[in-house]
Design a protein around this ligand. Sequence first.
Ligand SMILES: NC(=O)c1ccc[n+]([C@@H]2O[C@H](COP(=O)([O-])OP(=O)(O)OC[C@H]3O[C@@H](n4cnc5c(N)ncnc54)[C@H](OP(=O)(O)O)[C@@H]3O)[C@@H](O)[C@H]2O)c1
Length: 310
Amino acid sequence: MTPKNLSTRDGSLQGISLFAAANANHERFAIITGASSGIGLAIAEELASREINLVLVALPGTGLEDVAIRLAQTHSIKVYFFCADLTHPAAPIKLFEECRQRKICPQILVNNAGFGNLELFESTDLNELLQMMRLNTQALVALTHLFIPILKQNRRSYILNLGSLAAFFKIPYKAVYSATKSFVYSFSAALRLELQSMNISVSCLCPGSTLTSARVRDILQRTSGKNPLFVQSPEAVARRAVNKMFAGQFRIVPGLHNRILLFLYSLIPEPVTEGLLLKIFKPMPALKPQLVVSIQNNAFGWGALGLANR
Ligand SMILES: NC(=O)c1ccc[n+]([C@@H]2O[C@H](COP(=O)([O-])OP(=O)(O)OC[C@H]3O[C@@H](n4cnc5c(N)ncnc54)[C@H](OP(=O)(O)O)[C@@H]3O)[C@@H](O)[C@H]2O)c1
């Protein structure tokens, strides 16, 4: 079955296009940010396999269109894709407007796009830290705020926000990242209370080390995450996330080892925990110089996109 492109791309950095399999007729929609790779892509696959139509969001030039075509073809669903840098304040509003114009009423909002780093705070490029805060927290709050009126119209809706195991710790060398994830966790918990009478279930997914992009793999290699026992695949994380989200669970921690770790940490006195965190997260030099080059490109690539968008 050949999906057809029902609207042409406008050629700008932000645009929305639709690929629909010929027999797509299901009207349940999920919006997933950061859907071109990693956990976001795995969640998209998981929802598509349950015949839920998708609106995929990621940076321009990341192969999102190919992902959209593949998912529409494989699962006979409608897949829209929207290419934008969500750190741009106008991007969430533009996405909302595009959905409204097309009468897309999502039942599920997955705020997944986000990134972290592993570096001494004072040595980290300030622009990178501010972009991290914008993506991990501000874009998530903006999209949630914009889409609640639509989500409210369904008999049952779901918001899945990407926290992290880092939300429960104050992590040296990841000071801003862990703070953004604590924000996401706290915000999601409070919002869940506000929205429960509106039949919107809010969940916060808190994965531990998950093997995703080259940037993430490099960070994991330079920390305790290099132990393969403590690393999960994005597919395993997504499967549990989607199951638990539909079951209405708030805190979703994939991986038994991660749940045990959280429990053990709760028993340990804080000064001991702090000493452990300092030891675990003190960055080791990159092992493979070649990998560092690609990671630098990646980091600068998306930073440059953010600037080019303004
Ligand atoms: N991997 C882990 O170990 C881990 C652990 C705990 C929590 N998390 C959280 O899980 C989420 C996904 O992480 P991941 O490891 O799957 O990351 P990833 O593989 O790097 O994927 C991140 C996704 O977000 C998109 N994205 C990045 N910057 C964006 C921007 N400015 N605007 C729009 N989209 C943007 C990326 O697009 P591009 O492909 O263009 O970059 C990609 O689709 C993040 O919130 C992360 O903090 C990850």
